[in-house]
Ligand binder design. Sequence first.
Ligand SMILES: *Cc1c(COP(=O)(O)O)cnc(C)c1O
Length: 369
Amino acid sequence: MGTKRTWAEINLAAIQQNLAAMQGLLPAGSRVMAVVKANAYGHGSTTVAGCLQAAGVQHFAVATLQEGIELRTSGITGEILVLGYTAPSLAKQLIQYRLTQTAVDAEHALALAQVGRGLPVQLKVDTGMHRLGTLHTQQQALKGLYNNPGLSVKGIYTHFCVADSLEKQDVDFTHLQTQRFNNLLAGLKNEGIFVGKTHLQSSYGVLNYPDAAGDFARLGITLFGVLSQHGKTLLTPRLTPALALKTRVSSVRTLPAGETVGYARAFCCQTPQTVATLCIGYADGLPRNLTNGYVLLHGQKAPIVGRVCMDQTSVLVTGIPGVKAGDTATIIGTDGNHTIMAQDIAQWAGSITNEVLARLGERVERQYY
Ligand SMILES: *Cc1c(COP(=O)(O)O)cnc(C)c1O
């Protein structure tokens, strides 16, 4: 019997298979930019990026300067694009670690250009998400950035906001975003600008809009073998979930009818119940607002009851004989005939897998195989 409290078993071969499956959907000339922000969606950024680099990936994206520095110092040699904002006063570190910074709007770009040394950037374009980017109609401002000696513009990209939906109005909006981006590129090229690398798609962009391919597809969630939620996509590559989440039983007790379990006395035993306590809580990434969730113990479903605590969770094991301290409980993964997907946890918590995985806590020991 092991001694780990709570751990994630991460299948690196699965990540490489998922990469190959997604690469198989891209047209010739379009390559994967691996998005390994937020600790590679909880899977461990340096190990995952190293595994992807070994499989031939040469372009990576992160959310922050610090994430970029961590990747670079871990031995990633290819392009590392920082997708989020970096204060212009930190541009020296971007240069020191050979990171490509996103110009999140024209104002940011001009401030970065003040550093005065051809700083490598990619220009973000706002085609309708209205989060980051220079508005797609600002062709002259973007042309000025290409011609600004303070910047070395490596590429230009935009981001879809409803590419995960196959509803008609969402499909129409995604097509509109694509058209706005392509019109801008055509306009810039007409003015003699060499636009550099172009990219629009993230995972759902590839799955639902394969025709929107650019020089890169920025893939996050699908590399980890899951979708953001249950539901249909146009293309359905074979993906293998890379992560299983396990924890250990710490204590088992039998309660008479009428007793309650946990904070707020949120669960009351209508009949006598056997309750097992698990070594996982919301600080480990198990959402506190789960409803209808269960874990797997001895190959059977054990319903989560009461409030998920910071470090512990209670489950009913009344119908499961022989549960004892030290037993392994599966939170995500397979035990016997049952499998819990990250999508299930996300659904029970009213969220998406991206959030569930990205919030896996630091205390969760990552075990690679
Ligand atoms: C996180 C992110 C991605 C990756 O999205 P997935 O849906 O996980 O593939 C791509 N592009 C941008 C700008 C992002 O922020």
